[in-house]
Design a protein around this ligand. Structure first.
Ligand code: FES
Length: 103
């Protein structure tokens, strides 16, 4: 399993989002309330990137139709999204942020 570095913890602002590729998949990584979350960068409603969607109340909102996904679980929380989006593992190690596929 490969893990990908997405910068230093100090270099991340609250609610900042970055796109990274993990094992050939585009992943959106964000910092929210000090924690790091990573989801597949693809809405499960119509294959639109989630990058740039508003993040609030622990969820990211798809810019296309307003579907919402819970950052911690990937669960769909607002229509028209109904299927969960895949989530990735994040960890902080030596002051750096890493993302990897879940086991
Ligand atoms: S494409 Fe994301 S909610 Fe429709």
């Amino acid at each position: 399993m490969s893990r990908v570095c997405v910068g230093t913890v100090d270099g991340w602002n609250e609610r900042e989002q970055r796109e990274v590729e993990v094992d050939g998949q585009s992943v959106v990584v964000m910092r929210y309330e000090g924690e790091f979350y990573a989801l597949r960068n693809l809405c499960t409603h119509k294959d639109v990137p989630l990058l740039g969607g508003e993040v609030s109340d622990g969820k990211i909102t798809c810019t296309k139709h307003g579907g919402k996904f819970e950052l911690a679980t990937g669960k769909a929380k607002a229509l028209p999204a109904v299927k969960p989006v895949r989530i990735f593992h994040t960890e902080v190690d030596g002051g750096q942020v890493f993302v990897a596929e879940l086991d």
